[in-house]
Design a protein around this ligand. Structure first.
Ligand code: ZN
Length: 164
């Protein structure tokens, strides 16, 4: 296995942090998680993939937090992004444990921070749809579980846009 830290022609400094992804984002369990390997040191088994780029290097690299910090010479932001994703993952777990109420029509509903969340069955397609606050989601889902995941992502989206 190549360790890029010892390979000539690979810059050690001057990398830019482009993005950080949680490979467990789709709700995988610990056992199911296929961890990535840090492309720089080949040692770190990583869940949070830090994508870095360099003007003198053609490809982006997927690396772990430790290498990302050294490569970008930034000891704040890589961990900060990781923490943000950890918090989101925890919110997703909490969300999956929420107990939904059933309306008279058989729809599921929930109140979150004064916003009304609704999962209902489309009368024509018989698939599930979400309504978040006053927003009707356009997507349709085969299962209630998928609709719940989508509602979570919708709420996160509105939070990011500060419309929550
Ligand atoms: Zn590494």
């Amino acid at each position: 296995m190549t360790n890029y830290w010892n390979t000539s022609g690979i810059p050690h400094k001057g990398w830019i942090l482009e993005d950080v992804n949680d490979i467990r984002e789709d709700g995988q369990s610990v056992e199911e998680t296929e961890y990535e390997t840090c492309m720089m040191c080949n040692n770190e088994r990583i869940r949070f993939v830090h994508i870095v780029s360099h003007k003198d290097f053609g490809n982006e690299l997927k690396v772990g937090c430790v290498c990302a910090e050294k490569m970008t010479n930034d000891y704040v932001n890589p961990q900060k992004h990781e923490q943000r994703l950890r918090n989101k993952a925890q919110r997703r777990i909490n969300w999956s444990k929420k107990e939904w109420k059933v309306s008279k029509n058989g729809n599921l509903f929930l109140k979150v921070n004064d916003h009304h969340i609704l999962i209902y069955k489309d009368k024509i397609t018989k698939k599930f749809k979400c309504k978040i606050g006053e927003h009707f989601g356009k997507k349709q889902f085969d299962s209630i579980e998928l609709a719940k995941v989508s509602a979570f992502n919708g709420i996160e989206y509105y939070k990011e846009k500060n419309e929550w």
